[in-house]
Design a protein around this ligand. Sequence first.
Ligand code: GDP
Length: 319
Amino acid sequence: MSADALYDLAGKGVWVAGHGGMVGNAISRRLAAEPLGELITATSAEVDLRRQAATEAFVSDVRPDAIVLAAAKVGGIEANRTRQADFLYDNLMIAANVVEAAQRSGVERVLLLGSSCVYPREAPQPIRESSLLTGPLEPTNEGYAIAKIAALELGKMYRRQHGLDAISLMPTNLYGPHDNYDPVSSHVMAALIRKAHEARVAGAAQMVVWGTGTPRREFLHVDDLAEASVVALRHYTGEEHLNVGCGEDVEIRQLAATICRVVGFEGELVFDTSKPDGMPRKLLDVTRVSELGWQPRISLEEGIADAYRWFLDNVAESG
Ligand code: GDP
């Protein structure tokens, strides 16, 4: 495939911004298999991407050929709902600073990573890229969504005005190694893996699932997203963003049951309807990314088993 790539990664200096997070970590691991010139990383202590001067100084100093912007403030439904200002501010600043710095330093390619929450709450399902900005957003993650829409528009407008080769991917709900397992701020997958594990270890009769259990979500293992990112970096250019998902969704209650099976918890599921459901459904139409030759490889059950192994090795004892 690399012979006919429109962007050859061989010898390139690629900065993965946010390499310590789940997405940045997976993309860094995947890029390590490429013949890059250099895989560039920086911790948030080294460069705070919310600060313009620091971001511009870093980029003009290291001069990457390409940037993958995986740095973001992310969280599950409760963290997003209760800290909208933080999610809006941090993500807006990170995107604006990195895109402007890329433009100033003559970076060849920028890959921006968004989220399926950019789409209107009532978007027709499966959601096509063209549904963007066609209706009101889901209120529980409006701050985050507006920042991610602004990021995508920045990429588009810098391309039009300045010729910056910025592309955007909109992944569905992601999970896998290095996910956030904090009980308050995690997304549903990590939250339920942790709850099922702790319920099994404690010999509990029940485990609590937030909401009604009826919302539907699509889940993609982060290694599949990492592969899609490399495919897009090499083979895609254009101002329209690309959805990335597995093309199938499950009810939250089904997800909980599958997690319990993998983890070995055999008790009862109890639904706490004082907690929000959020979007009723969020399934992406993945026709366009499929046309680039990318397909997800990791099934939901395999992916959960992989995430659970990582949880056992890295979180279970300490947490
Ligand atoms: P969302 O996709 O932005 O809504 O974010 P989440 O991944 O946090 O939540 C997805 C769905 O899972 C929502 O309907 C939640 O109410 C539901 N859910 C069920 N149990 C939990 C839990 O323990 N934690 C989280 N974060 N969500 C849960």
